[in-house]
Design a protein around this ligand. Sequence first.
Ligand code: CTP
Length: 397
Amino acid sequence: MKGIEAGNNLLLGVTGGIAAYKSVELARLFRKAGVNVRVVMTEAATRFVGPMSFQAVTGQPVRVRLFDEEHEAAMGHIELARWADHLLIAPASADFLARMAHGLGDDLLSTLCLATAAPVTVAPAMNIHMWSHPATRANLSLLTERGVQVLGPASGEQACGDTGPGRMLEAAEIVSGLMYPRKTGLFSGKRVLVTAGPTREAVDPVRFISNRSSGKMGFALAEAFAGQGAEVLLVAGPVKLDTPAGVRRIDVQSARQMHEAVFDNLQGVDVFAACAAVADYRPVSPSDQKIKKNAERMELTLVRNPDILADVAALENGPFTLGFAAETRALADNAGTKLAEKGVDMIAANLVGENLGFDVEQNALLVLWPGGEATLPVQDKKSLARELIGILAEHYQ
Ligand code: CTP
């Protein structure tokens, strides 16, 4: 997470949503923390809260329109884009995220998004159905791939009466998310790459081979590392999960795509955590056309996929490697063999099967490293992830 500190210039973009009223408090808290704040609102935002409120707490004129001779004469929009050390859009509406994703520049705020070289963070706020709509999901993953940071949203009761994810984070949470991202924590200043979820190996244009991994453990791990100050990149297979706050995410489908995404982004990585349930095999030649059911029997020939974890572990001067072992029996023996054979620095092993491991909220882990082991009892995956990276921090130096 790229953050800001006292004395920095923060451009706060406010878009149209009921959460816009929270942004007045947000501007006030940033001012109180010693950050210089200038506010740009969209036309829609002015329907929810008046520019005067922001002017009162920031002591600066608030801008809304792109073609505004008076304001442009004082500080042109390109100058404003250069002035910013960070651009925060809070609340970021579904509509604004869509316009950002498509690179529109039809008002002042969207133009600033294109014109600024500063890091951009969005704090989305919208109705739960708008948040989970495939269009919003796609826009957000495009934005995070381009390096846009995402804070929130929170889950809970919404202004419209629905309950679920979509609420903007509280002002204080956004301030601490941006101002104290990497100052403290076990992985402060470290870069971590996490793989998560299953992969899909195409059989034909409509069929694939995959597995039951939900990605929950990998996402919990990415969140835990970010919470301990790391700069986290998450390479995720197809999953239905929101990107944790402050985490950059690249979505992939197949094992080979995951391998490529990992190796393209390995430069400077301190810890590589392979949590993905990568398909070990893929159909040797996926059909271009949908396969018809003409034959009584059919045979599918599979070939081995590259082993991402083993390839990273084999690098000279590579990162510290954490692997996972999903086993249906003889947990300690199988995990011990994997630790040695793949040459990884640490293995977190868990039993999988009926109601265990995959697609459930809780899990337990046996953690092994050369010369030691620890057992983490059954618990929520998020707290399991936090405990696991605590152990990792002790060993990775
Ligand atoms: N892994 C990987 N690339 C692969 C296969 C596995 O990076 N092509 C990683 C997983 O992310 C996990 C670890 O290797 O961290 C162990 O995966 P697992 O499926 O438990 O073991 P395998 O090595 O695949 O061995 P087996 O399936 O024979 O148990």
